[in-house]
Every structure is written in C-alpha cells, then in structure tokens.
Design a protein around this ligand. Sequence first.
Ligand code: ADP
Ligand code: MG
Length: 708
Amino acid sequence: MVQLKNELAKIKGIDKRFLTRLEKLKITSVRDLLWHFPSRYDDFSQIASICDLEADQTATIQGQIKHVSSRRTWRRKMIIVEAVVADDTGSIKAIWFNQPYLTKVLAPGRIVNFAGKISASQNDIYFSNPVYEFSGGGEREEGHTTGLVPIYPETKGLTSRGLRYLIKIILKNLNPVDEFIPLKALEENDLPEINEALATVHFPESLEEASRCKKRFAFEDLFLLQLNNLKVRSQLAKEKAAPINFSKIDLGEAITSIPFELTGPQQKSLTEILNDLSKGQPMNRLLQGDVGSGKTVVVAIAALLAAKQGYQVVFMAPTEVLAKQHYKTMTKIFAPLISNWELNVGILTGNEARCFFGEDLETEKKKAELVKEIANGAVKIIIGTHAVIQKDIKFKNLALAIIDEQHRFGVKQRAKFAADKKELFPHFLSMSATPIPRTLSLTIFGDLDLSIINELPKGRQEIATKIVAPANRKKAYDFIREQVKEGRQAFVICPRIEASEKEDGTAHQMMWKDVKAVKDEFEKLATKIFPDLVVGMLHGKMKSAEKSEIMNDLAKNKINILVSTSVIEIGVDIPNATIMMIEGAERFGLAQLYQFRGRVGRDKYKSYCFLFTSSSSTNAKQRLKSLVEAKNGFELAEKDLEIRGPGEFLGHSQTGLPDLAMNALNNMELTKAARDTAEKIIKKDPELEEDELLKEKLEHFQNQIHLE
Ligand code: ADP
Ligand code: MG
C-alpha cells in the first residue's frame, strides 16, 4: 500500500525518465501526483466506423494496425510517427509527434482502439495524436479509449496515457486518505468525501461527477486559505506591539506642514492607520490606492508621528528607484517638520547610504556607519530596498514597518522584521497601487485590514487615452515633438529589451516578430524620428548606476523622451511628463497599463496616453477599450477580473494558489461557504489543537502558497 506522503522515486517500477519528467512539473510525491488533476475529459463511449469519420470531430475507432513508420522533419528536428489502421469500412492514418517509441509498440497486425481528434490535411483526414489501447491481448488497459478519458496538462514526454496508467495503479494501492473537511461542511455543500473524490476526479463516469469532485478540491483550498487568513489574524491579535500614542498637536502640526489639503479618503485612511498604531496589538493593514492618489504622503505622516515618539520606522520599497522617490517625497515635503522635530531620515540601498536631518542638511555615509546608527537607534526613519532586511541590519526599537507594493515581497521577508521583535512586534502597513476588487481582497488578503484611497487629489486632470491606429503613428510623433517644444517630456514603453538576434522562423520568433524592442526603438527615435531631441533609454539589464543617471537626467528635464521597458511601471514620479506612449499594448496586463498611464498627469499639465497594438484579437481590443473608459483603478480592476478571470488577474505565480482554487474565487457562494466553515472552526479552536490532521494539512498548504 502507498501513502500520500510517499515519494514516487521510492516506489518500485516507475520508469526513471518518467520520474524526471514528473519532477519538472514539481510532482515528486504520491500526493503531488494525485492532485495533478485532468484538465479535461474526452468522451469516447461510442465506437465509430472509419468510413463515417469527419474532420474536426472527436472519435473512437477500433481496427487492425496495417503499417507503422517514422520520419524526421528536417527543419524542426521533430520525429513524426505514422500508423495506418483499418476496420471493415475503411482505413485512416494516425500521426504523433515526438513519440518515436510508438513504432515499437504499435505492431502491425494488432487490434487497437484509437481515440482522439480527427484533423484534415490538404486531401485527407487523419487522427492527430490519438490515445490508443490494445483490444484483447496482454497489454489491455482499460479506461483509455472508452468512456470518459482524463486528459492531463502535458509536458514534453509526459503523456496523458502515461499519467493515467500510473495514477490508476497508485489509486488501486492507496491507503485510505483521512478526510479533514468537517463532514457537516461537505454535506451542506453537497461535496464528495476525499477518497471518493480522488478516485472519481481521475476516472469519472460522467462530467457532472467530475465537476462535483473538482468543486470539492476547490473548496478544500478556499477553506484552507480562509483558515490561514483567520489564523494569521488571531495569532497577530495575540502579539504585543508598541502602542504609539501621539498628541493631537503633533498630528495637527504634521498635517499643516504639507502644502495641500488631504483628500477625504486620505484623511480616513490616516485615521484608520493612526487608530491601529495606538493599540497594543500589531497593525496588519493594506493601504490600497491608485497611483498618485497620495498614499506616500499618508504613510509618511504616520512614520513621522511614530518617530516623534522615539520609535524607529522602516519603509521598504521593491526597487531602488522607488526607494529614492519615497526618500525624496519625505525630505522635500516634510523638511521643515523633520528639522522642527529634530528627526532624521536615512536611505539605504545596495548602492547608497545617506541621512537627512532637515532643510539642507544631508550627509553621505559609509554603509557600515548607517547600519551602526540603525542599530543604536540614532536613525529614526529608514527608507530602502531589500538592503534594509539583510542579516547585518538590526533595529533598536522598530515599531512600524511600511512595505510598498507589498505583493512583491514574500512572507519570508516580512517574517524577517518579526524575527527582530524581541518583546514587541512591529506594526505592519502595506501599500499597493494595484487595485483589487473587494470580493477578491477579502479572500486573498483576508488576514489584512483594508484602507482604500479611491479618489485622486483635486485638480488632477483626466488623462486622454487613445488607441492609435498604425496609420496615425506619425501624427503621434508630431504631437510628442510639439509637447517637447513646450517643455514637456514623454515616455515610450516597449514590451521587451531587444529583438532576437536571428530570424530563424521558430514559433517563438514568430510570436515576437512584430513586438517592439527598447534598443531598436531607441535607435530609431534617436537617429531618425527625433535626431534633434534628447532621447534616453532605460531597461532592467542596465547597471544600477546607469539607471540612476538616466533617472536623474529625466528629473532635471535633460532627457526629452525616455524609451523604456516595464521597469518604469511602478512609482516613477516625473510631474513634467505628459505623454505615455505604449507599444505592443496588448502584451501588458490592464493593471500594468494602468500603472504606466499613472506615470503622466502628475502635475497641472494636460496629459496623454497613446496605446499602440498590432493585435486584432477582440479580447485584446476589449481590454484596451476598458482602459480608455475606466474612471479609476478599482473600476478597471473589476473589469479586468471579469475579462480575464481571477487566475490571470492575480497571476498564478503571484499567489501560488492552485488553479482550481483560483478559478473558484469567482464563485462567491463557495468562497463564502469556505469562510463560514473556517470561521466556525477557528472560533472554537484557534490553534487547531483538537484537530491534528487539519493543523498538519494547513501547514502543508501554507508551505505551498506564498500569499503576501
Ligand atoms: P502614491 O504614493 O499614492 O502614488 P503620492 O503620495 O506619491 O501618491 O502622491 C502623488 C503626488 O501627489 C505627490 O507629488 C504628492 O505630493 C501629491 N499629493 C498627495 N496628496 C495630495 C493632495 N491631497 N493634494 C494635492 N497633491 C497631493
Ligand atoms: Mg507613490
């Protein structure tokens, strides 16, 4: 008998090469294998006559193998196996790619079932990549070509056939698995028990059965996700944090020191944050708001107030550019306050260390020196990149950790702050400019409290957004020239850094054929279109020093037009820029396009966003159109979610959630049921001490996902 936790490699009789291929899919244990669900099921319950077959249908036939051969395509170096099979009514060819061993298996004379799709070539029809099963004789293996046949997401050399074979044997020898979902919850939601679900999801008798099982597994993940969220919440509620109490006078002074009035949502968010900070439990809050909605100003006030009380604050950004930006915002807007309150602000990145003490008082530091001052508490507010959580960084009395674009930081990184906690846990404040629809954030960020800034500061102009037809490219360039003449600046975004070296006609090549590359576009704009203007280039492969130089020049308006990859996406603040031109716009997600657009319109000047696309797909056009129409980021997010579904919207890699659960996020009913179930359990047994199995299961799940 095998157990879920058994390693496949330890099970006798599984082919080594097969194991290696499974490993590529991160399938190493029995559990991994059984949780690798079919992506669809083909229905082969009827056996057709060969003479009745038509192109584009899916069919099963039974016949005798007449002939087998293989050949190699000279360009693609692929091996094609061809077999001819005949029944009483006729014969048909079958073709497979890259499965040379089939010439040995499909011996002429044998009776075989073929099942799969019928394709058409110029003058004939053929089976393409059919599954096969010998009929009669020693190798008979049921369940491949009659009834519902599970089809798995395949990778090179790992066929659905091989998977079916292995899964079937494993299921036969599997020790019964313990059910960890409360029976009552299963009953209430009409979900099958685990052992039944495992067997049936791989070999169902009907599609309804299959989908009921998949629903069960989706529920399982949603349930664990909610359980995780609630547990994090209840654990954090037990930790102690420094209650940061500040006077109304200080707050008033901070607010009057800024040269503008806070918007309603800014005030509300600030109140929520300050309220959390005053408590003895750690805050765990997410501040969401459009680019330019004024999040930085809000968190800066919280940071300054905490520092005034003598605490240390760390403010971490995902990139150097962003860290500098925050440093600039702080030191510019709040310079008088920093002097008055005798505070200081340090910046620490891979490349620089400096400290600001108030108006015109800034010193360059050796990194080691700054690190020492962080450790002895001399530096109060530390802004930086990952550099601020390296091993050598110790804080004296860290009370507030602010994390910008938090989804770019992992749980592990967050844990590093907590590891320093000694007695007290720091308050956590995350910021994100990626608006997430409320329904989703309740599930995905269910452990966080939310503050939302859904209004831009007064006087911001709407950014004119246009999808530009290729024929109007010159007009767009003329417009850029006009704007530059008036003193403004422009961004040109391209989807990739450079064109591939050689045109070799591969699929990859074809896919990227018309996609603009930063280097080419830079070359073209600098020499042909705008030889009289200063064109700059920015991309991720450049050295950090080069990038800073470009950003500095850009800030000083020494660069008129910047050609860039998506590195410009987050946070860059050049108020003088008025044009955002995006090449290959269909290649970016809506949220990303939205971020790009947020780079302009940050000052009083009317700003523009030009979208270029070579795609004619309706989906792409629909998406671009919603960018043109959307009023704010949240509205856009709802749309994006609608068009792309939660999986693509959030990005699988970003959450680590299994696909099934991802898709189930759209199912509010199931999500709510999962949350209710989780709530009941946590209420009764917060540490899951009464349920060892569930506790273990949750730990396994937590290791799998990386929700931030
Ligand atoms: P975010 O961090 O949300 O992208 P920032 O805090 O960087 O936004 O603010 C963007 C710009 O708007 C900054 O130049 C900031 O000084 C300015 N700003 C912020 N809040 C207001 C406001 N209430 N009124 C006017 N300008 C504001
Ligand atoms: Mg910002």
